[in-house]
Design a protein around this ligand. Structure first.
Ligand SMILES: Cc1cc2nc3c(=O)[nH]c(=O)nc-3n(C[C@H](O)[C@H](O)[C@H](O)COP(=O)(O)OP(=O)(O)OC[C@H]3O[C@@H](n4cnc5c(N)ncnc54)[C@H](O)[C@@H]3O)c2cc1C
Length: 432
């Protein structure tokens, strides 16, 4: 196989945003660590509200998960609603679910207002059941979501599944028409340009290596050391996701970085592409070790999964190509001869309770834990945290739930136990 180990989405970005030239600002109202959806959405909102804000990004703006993902703009959260209600109660989960719907609306609004060309489309998502029991659980979840949130999901029995997907391996499906799809790299690039237009300073290749606080005459100030020199800020927002480093050790202890990998085929004939996904849905299956897949706007099959549990490296990316190709052919035997042209990986920010979290840690604001729902959720969270920083009432449902630390062995920088966790989930997939 002659596969390019590079992110297909990046090839579609016409005019990458350029960060600010010249030295770092010395003093700023708000310093944001991380230039992905969360940091840039916060920067856009803050700048529009007249706040002096700088985004400090270790690599290029958008370099992290935000340019590498599947581009699925999904309703809901990672965990099933009945599980969430059991854990947090009805009222709080209603707020969380509403936030997930607002997140999609917000992405759509930003795309429209800022004129971002990123193939945003409300094409809906399809969940497909790998076992009969999973299909029964869909019916329960759909009725619970209708009762609790008055949100409609459509159950698709196996006999009708061909209208949704050109595969016979599943036991049925569930469709949510509110979800959307987009080109993630074009979206993050457009979001960065929007933040910049609003007045945010984007500092690329600026790795934050240390943060301290001092107080003079009762005025607290954060002192950030970066690879390009020092910077002082009144407030700091940590939006560093799965790539959170030892510069912010308290947050790093909470983040579980899990690798996810994607392949993209050659451009498929239009008729074949339509046969694979007649309604152009964002699709994922019901396993813990799941596959997620979709067509790209130019009719490639983009097929992703957790082929290795470790954060991405050259070797895990390379190994993933064949594993994912086999997975893809398992779902779609008709792609047996399709050429795989791209493979790449990225790292997801999981937390121990598989929830997004926000709040303050060591005096700094943060938003992390978006896992596979970050396109909408991180955009929403960034805007929400910007509001909190500006003094809006804090009604963020993710800031009042407790945030468990990750056990050593799963933490960023110490991920030796991740393969064991992977094995555990594979066993769960086998038995449940
Ligand atoms: C392969 C893959 C597929 C996915 N598919 C989907 C999907 O289809 N739908 C969906 O909703 N979600 C998906 N996700 C998840 C989604 O991409 C993320 O949840 C989202 O991008 C997180 O955004 P973020 O801004 O929090 O973090 P990121 O985009 O990861 O940005 C964090 C940034 O912080 C920077 N940084 C970290 N530490 C420092 C420091 N000390 N100094 C300066 N900069 C620093 C990093 O360089 C990075 O660019 C996927 C993720 C992956 C990896």
């Amino acid at each position: 196989m002659n596969i390019r180990e590079t992110n297909y989405w990046l090839e579609t970005v016409q005019e990458p945003v350029r960060g600010a030239s010249g030295p770092l600002p010395e003093d700023i109202d708000v310093a944001i660590v991380g230039g992905g959806y969360c940091g840039l959405s916060a920067a856009r909102t803050l700048a529009k509200r007249g706040v002096n804000v700088a985004v400090l990004e270790a690599e290029n703006v958008g370099w992290g998960a935000s340019c590498r993902n599947g581009g699925m703009v999904l309703t809901g959260m990672k965990l099933p609603v009945p599980t969430l209600i059991g854990r947090y109660g009805r009222e709080l989960v209603q707020h969380m679910y509403a936030a997930s719907l607002e997140g999609i609306d917000l992405v759509e609004q930003i795309v429209r207002e800022e004129g971002i060309e990123c193939a945003f489309s409300r094409c809906g998502h399809l969940e497909v059941a790998c076992k009969q029991a999973h299909f029964h659980a869909y019916a329960q979840a759909a009725s619970c979501i209708k009762d609790e949130f008055n949100h409609d999901l459509r159950i698709v029995p196996k006999s009708e599944l061909r209208s949704e997907i050109g595969s016979d391996i599943y036991f049925g499906g569930m469709v949510d028409e509110s979800s959307a799809g987009l080109n993630p790299a074009q979206y993050v690039n457009g979001l960065a340009k929007a933040a910049q237009r609003a007045g945010a300073i984007l500092c690329e290749h600026t790795r934050v290596v240390d943060v301290k606080t001092d107080a003079t005459n009762g005025n607290r100030r954060f002192r950030l050391q970066t690879s390009r020199g020092p910077l002082a800020a009144r407030e700091v927002l940590l939006a560093s996701g799965a790539y959170t480093t030892s510069a912010t050790p308290a947050l790093r202890k909470k983040v579980i970085p899990i690798g996810s990998y994607i392949i993209a085929t050659e451009v498929l004939p239009a008729g074949m592409a339509r046969g694979l996904s007649p309604r152009n849905r964002m699709i994922y299956d019901s396993k813990h070790f799941l596959y997620y897949y979709r067509l790209t706007p130019d009719n490639r099959m983009l097929f992703g999964g957790r082929a290795a549990f470790f954060p991405e490296s050259e070797s895990t990316v390379r190994e993933s190509a064949e594993l994912l190709r086999q997975g893809m052919v398992g779902v779609y035997p008709q792609l047996r001869d399709a050429k795989v042209e791209f493979v790449w990986g990225g790292t997801l920010d999981f937390t121990l309770d598989v929830m997004p979290h926000a709040g303050k840690i060591s005096g700094m604001h943060y938003g992390v834990g978006f896992a596979g729902h970050g396109v909408a959720a991180a955009t929403w969270m960034g805007a929400k945290l910007a509001g909190t920083i500006c003094g809006d009432a804090d009604d963020n449902p993710f800031s009042i739930i407790s945030f468990p630390g990750a056990p050593i062995g799963l933490r960023s920088g110490h991920t030796w136990a991740l393969p064991l966790a992977g094995l555990y989930y594979r066993m769960l997939d086998f038995f449940t």
